[in-house]
Design a protein around this ligand. Structure first.
Ligand code: AMP
Ligand code: ZN
Length: 445
């Protein structure tokens, strides 16, 4: 099956093939480390994570570069507000960013080059054009011109480098040109970012890189649509910026946030609401329950459903091959869950097949990354006897006692589900989230 991706350069859905056999070189415009990253940023970083993981699933070796913009107007403003040096501020938020990546289970790129470590790599002789503008972010109308090198002015304070061009700092676009080519060569396979980067950032990158080398910078340009919050664009001035850490403080499990952010197709806008998160939470619980049921399945039915696991893998791959169509992939996954649950209800699922399905699910989750698959381990004899006591209470229809035991178990982080084969238990995911959350509060700047 062939992977097809939508190339913004030329606006076409095209079969993807890398320049080098079996190796994909990919550049991802990374964060500007002036504050904690917000959920919109992670919408984009997660689409890039899915792409990376799916390319590996398809058998490619991936080399990904994600730059860290550690010198920029917003950083200089932040330094002044907080009374920190550029390095102190940028290092703090770079570390916070890396922690957030881990929290959302975003795989690490191979390289995280920082702009300030690459200033000697910006060769003045290649800087042929460009007008000076005083801000890194400017209105579209002004963006015909862009700064390759930004001459120092008073607002920059201590932030400058002495070069042949004089005192100043690199423009944002040159940063990405210099670093992508340094790590990936003059031509590579995929360049990604959010929609807002198509113009001017990526057009400028293309203009200056291709003028310098005479070669095509990247073959595929992929862009994700924006995330809004309750139907509104996120803006500092509207006070509606939601950071990942805000959602964790509100008690949302990171994997619920991840599921929500990848549930829409990356080229469709996505809207963050309480309801959407609740839905994602319910979907995740359905998946966790499914895993617990498969693990605790002790049915010895003859193998009548061999090949089910393969069907799951096929439908998943087909969906993702179509320009990473995650809504279709989730729909296929949930209809599969429904079907297998039904088989288990009817005691028609053998242990061997259940094991195969678990393995297939692990492969699918290797890309989606929304099921924790943490070893549930064995329960202590005390908890096991509580579950047994509850089963007995239910069998004599003493529901008050059964409910009382359920709530005792819930306080200990164990959820029980009643099935035709008796009780299935699992550990409560949101409890794990709350523990992580506590660690985070101490780190706020
Ligand atoms: P920045 O840290 O501002 O350079 O942005 C990092 C990445 O997040 C870039 O790829 C942006 O295009 C992307 N981005 C910024 N805001 C949003 C948003 N609301 N929704 C989706 N992606 C975004
Ligand atoms: Zn960039």
């Amino acid at each position: 099956m062939a992977l097809r991706l939508y190339n913004s350069y030329g606006r076409k859905l095209l079969p993807f093939r890398p320049l080098r056999n079996k190796e994909v070189r990919m550049y991802t415009c990374g964060p500007t480390v002036w504050d904690y990253a917000h959920v919109g940023n992670f919408r984009t970083f997660l689409f890039e994570d899915l792409l990376r993981r799916f390319l590996k699933f398809k058998g490619y070796r991936v080399t990904q570069v994600k730059n860290i913009t550690d010198v920029e107007d917003r950083i200089i403003r932040g330094m002044k507000e907080k009374g920190l040096s550029r390095k102190e501020l940028a290092t703090f938020f770079e570390e916070a960013f890396m922690q957030d990546l881990d929290t959302l289970k975003i795989e690490r790129a191979e390289f995280y080059p920082r702009a300030t470590d690459h200033i000697p790599g910006i060769k003045p002789k290649e800087l042929k054009v460009g007008a000076r503008v005083s801000q890194d972010h400017y209105e579209k109308a002004e963006a015909r011109d862009f700064a390759l090198w930004k001459a120092w002015d008073e607002d920059d304070g201590e932030v400058y480098w002495e070069t042949e061009l004089g005192k100043g700092r690199p423009g944002w676009h040159i940063e990405c040109s210099a670093m992508s080519m340094k790590y990936l060569g003059e031509s590579f396979d995929i360049h990604t970012g959010g929609m807002d980067l198509r113009f001017p950032h990526h057009e400028n990158e293309i203009a200056q890189s291709e003028a310098a080398t005479g070669k095509k910078l990247a073959r595929f340009w992929l862009h994700s649509e924006f995330l809004s919050v309750s139907g509104k664009e996120m803006h500092k001035s509207s006070g509606n910026i939601v950071k990942l850490r805000d959602l964790l403080k509100d008690g949302w499990d990171p994997l619920t946030v991840r599921l929500f952010l990848i549930s829409a197709h990356y080229r469709d806008p996505i809207n963050l609401t309480q309801k959407a998160l609740e839905q994602a939470q319910a979907e995740r619980e359905r998946l966790e329950q499914f895993v617990s049921r498969l693990r605790q399945n002790r049915q010895e039915s003859p193998s009548r459903h061999a090949g089910l696991a393969n069907q799951l893998l096929k439908s998943f791959e087909r969906s993702m091959d179509a320009d990473l169509n995650t809504p279709r992939a989730f729909a296929a996954l949930f209809s599969f869950v429904k079907r297998v649950n039904k088989l288990m209800d009817g005691e028609k699922m053998g242990t061997k097949e259940a094991g195969e399905i678990l393995l297939a699910l692990k492969r699918v989750n290797g890309i989606l990354g929304v099921i924790s698959f943490e070893e549930e381990g064995e329960l202590s004899p005390e908890l096991l006897s509580l579950i047994k006591e509850r089963d007995e209470a239910r069998s004599v229809k003493d529901f008050a006692k059964a409910d009382e035991i359920r709530s005792q178990l819930s306080k200990r982080g164990i959820t029980v589900e009643d099935t035709s084969r008796g009780t299935v238990w699992r550990r409560e995911p949101s409890l794990k989230a709350r523990v992580k959350d506590k660690d985070m509060e101490a780190q706020d700047l």
